[in-house]
Write a protein that binds this ligand. Structure first.
Ligand code: CA
Ligand code: CA
Length: 305
């Protein structure tokens, strides 16, 4: 039977810092299970508790880091998400002064949601389950807090990072030092009130390494598309960078003149908002695989470095 590496939720960290010792090691091709706390560190158990009453130093835990043998700086760490198992209760909340409408949000409120089979129960609504991972990243010299997204991944809060997707992250330090956390039972693009249905659970992945293929921004592959995920201080600058990176990658990978690549992008690439509530906002450029394969995208990225 295939050996499973398990990283339990007693091993959490709060910044993608290369000096944090690995919680576990795995070989390329290994199955790894991450046990994850929710984004509140499991501190909210009733609707009477609000985000203003909890220990902020325990918010946004990521489980890990996982050292992947043979992952060297400049490589891509490949994380195929095989399954996400969730707990039975999720939390959604508001907090004064944050979210997409900070000027209108005066109260901290909490709602617990029951998760039954494929449904999330919020008041009288039954919401279809859309399981995803909010935080996934590698250690970087920026040592970003786990609440901040960036080139290393981190708090990407991107709905397409779900079962069946593959995430490609840059390796900046030996072993990559992968962390995973912040599971959501359901979230809309934007994550407008600052929280999704936050829930604990277990994530099963297969890890691998692609030599010298580090993408400049995180890349996600789904059955029909690949995405470049760009996170910057404002949505405007994230959009601009996402378009620029996409055009450069198309030009490099498909040996197209820059203007032709720009026009091709205009006709085929979708810009989507991942989230507008984290310290950096995340935009994703969706490139259909019929236009560019993920392998060519990664090659284009490494050539345009
Ligand atoms: Ca998050
Ligand atoms: Ca979250």
């Amino acid at each position: 039977m295939e050996r499973l590496v398990r990283v339990d939720a007693s091993r959490v960290f709060y910044s993608f810092d290369p000096d944090i010792p690995p919680a576990a090691k795995a070989s390329p091709g290994a199955l790894v299970e991450f046990e994850c706390l929710d984004a509140l560190g499991g501190q909210i158990r009733s609707e009477e508790q609000t985000i203003t009453s909890i220990d902020w130093s325990k918010v946004n835990p990521a489980t890990g880091p996982l050292y992947v043998e043979g992952a060297e700086p400049g490589d891509a760490l490949v994380v195929k998400i095989l399954s996400i198992k969730l707990g039975e209760k999720g939390v959604v909340l508001t907090a004064p002064g944050v979210g997409g409408l900070p000027h209108l949000t005066r109260e901290a409120r909490t709602r617990l949601c029951r998760i039954v089979d494929d449904v999330v129960e919020f008041k009288c609504f039954k919401l279809g389950l859309r399981k995803m991972i909010g935080v996934i990243g590698t250690a970087s010299s920026e040592r970003a807090p786990t609440g901040t997204p960036g080139r290393h991944g981190g708090n990407l809060d991107t709905r397409v990072i779900g079962e069946g997707a593959t995430v490609y992250l840059p390796v900046e330090y030996k072993g990559g030092l992968l962390g995973v956390g912040d599971l959501h039972a359901v979230m809309g693009d934007g994550e407008v009130c600052v929280a999704a249905c936050e829930v604990e659970g277990e994530v099963l992945v297969r890890v691998d390494v692609l030599e010298k293929m580090a993408p400049r921004w995180p890349v996600v592959e789904t059955s029909d598309s690949c995405y470049i995920l760009v996170s910057e201080e404002s949505l405007d600058s994230a959009v601009s960078t996402a378009v620029e990176e996409t055009v450069n990658v198309l030009s490099q990978a498909l040996c197209l003149d820059w203007y032709d690549a720009y026009m091709l992008a205009s006709m085929t690439v979708d810009l989507e908002i991942s989230q507008i509530v984290d310290p950096r906002k995340t935009v994703r450029a969706r490139i259909p695989k019929s236009v560019l394969s993920t392998r060519d995208l990664l090659k284009g990225f490494s050539r345009s470095n």
